[in-house]
Design a protein around this ligand. Structure first.
Ligand code: SF4
Length: 423
């Protein structure tokens, strides 16, 4: 690690986090940030000088931090699972911290309010002061004891531009390129939602009543020209910080339907330099409908296996195990179709190296999860399953009870609650 103090800030280069997205006590960040210590806080910047995370809250919240997405959403990372305010997250979601967004949180996090707390406002005010301080230092350029002062000034010049207004402009520029995505695939929790989004299609042919994923755009496929346009613009914005990404999401709700999927994935892998990331492996995430998934030939799956990514994670909305509940949800598929999808997904998860399939089911207070348990047994499914408590219609108690029950059904099935984030 190289550390240099310039008046009242200390800049640390090469204080690397883990490359495998496993949190391990003292080092619970990932990749290669530039860390700036200022007052009581540690500010993690990306390699383009954009704030990414702020640590250093007071005693009761010392294991918590806030983290910013490239869509300029702040998330409150609650690692203080010993306080009794929230249940320990690991067995529920598979991560050691809750990433609380205040919009689509799980029922046990309703009213969490982390982002509204005084010390968060104070940390953000200190960030504003830090940017002012950096601007003033860049203007004066005081002497520093460093072999390579250019590295320092180059970073500080970048950071000086990225105040909160500029970060919002960048987020709007990114949304202008692809339109954003209201819900990321659940498997992206494995990379702390650190993904670059590229749209190969938008909207959805269905109109399920419960849907929060579809977005506002009409169903349409993206042309190769449009994919090229998105990739070029995104590569320029992510810039040097592409080193900190190894994962791409192909949007939106049924990316497997796109005739340009392989083209987009290959081009994105190259342009976003996924193979040169400081993070281990390279992941492609996408949603598919059960119908599109079942229509894929083995040859099409072979072509996915041939993509340069190490893992191609397809997530499917099965949602319910009975026709009655599917009808109630307005989901245009049958229980028989769900079973067929789960059977095929189980076979793929047992036999394919790169392609992995996960599925989602909805939870509500109105229904027991027996139909889901029956479908798991009957289909011999193995792999990840995510449970989405329907917003406003599923209590924390019910969600925890269903989760506990479904975890018992088959040891080959990894059941977790779906933590929905957007980009
Ligand atoms: S298929 Fe999925 S994305 Fe499409 S409307 Fe239904 S829930 Fe929403």
């Amino acid at each position: 690690m190289r550390s240099v103090t310039v008046e009242n800030i200390t800049v640390q280069f090469d204080r690397d986090g883990r490359s495998d997205f496993r949190r391990s006590g003292a080092v619970n960040w990932f990749g290669k940030p530039v860390i700036v210590q200022f007052r009581a806080h540690e500010f993690h910047f990306d390699l383009e000088g954009r704030i990414q995370r702020i640590d250093g809250f007071s005693a009761n919240h010392v294991w918590d931090w806030i983290q910013r997405t490239m869509a300029n959403d702040w998330l409150y990372y609650d690692g203080n699972s010993y306080s009794g305010d929230t249940p320990p997250p690991e067995p529920l979601i598979g991560d050691a911290v809750w990433a609380v967004n205040g919009r689509t949180d799980l029922p046990m996090l309703q009213g969490h309010g982390g982002l509204q707390r005084d010390y968060v406002a104070k940390a953000l005010a200190h960030f504003d002061d830090l940017i002012r301080t950096i601007r003033e230092l860049v203007e004066r350029r005081p002497g520093v004891e460093l072999d390579d002062p250019n590295r320092l000034w180059c970073f500080l010049e970048k950071a000086a531009k990225n105040d909160r207004a500029q970060l919002q402009r960048i987020a709007e520029e990114i949304h202008g390129i692809h339109g954003g995505m209201a819900v990321l695939p659940p498997d992206t929790i494995a990379v702390d939602y650190r993904v670059i989004l590229l749209k190969v299609m938008e909207g959805c042919v269905n109109a399920c009543r419960f849907c929060t994923a579809r977005g506002s755009l009409a169903f349409a496929m993206k042309s190769r020209d449009d994919i090229d346009r998105q990739i070029a613009m995104l590569a320029a914005i992510y810039g040097e910080d592409r080193l900190n990404y190894n994962s791409v999401v192909l949007g939106e709700c049924d990316a497997l339907l796109s005739p340009e999927l392989e083209y987009a994935a290959t081009q994105a892998y190259e342009a976003f330099a996924c193979g040169a990331s400081c993070l281990t492996g390279a992941n492609l995430f996408l949603f598919a409908t059960n119908k599109t998934f079942l229509a894929q030939s083995e040859a099409a799956l072979d072509r996915l296996e041939a993509l340069p990514f190490d893992r191609i994670a397809i997530n499917i909305g099965w949602e319910a195990g009975s026709d009655k509940v599917l009808r109630h949800l307005g989901k245009p598929q049958t229980a028989r179709g769900v079973l067929a999808g789960m059977e095929r997904a189980g076979v793929i998860n047992r036999t394919r190296k790169k392609v992995q399939v996960s599925g989602n089911f909805l939870l509500t207070d109105q229904y027991e999860c027996d139909d889901i348990a029956i479908a798991i047994r009957a289909s011999q499914y193995c792999g990840p399953l995510y449970l989405s408590p329907l917003r406003g219609q599923c209590s924390a108690r019910h969600a925890l009870r269903d989760l506990a029950a479904l975890k018992q059904v088959r040891p080959e099935v990894c059941v977790r609650l779906y933590t929905m984030q957007r980009l």
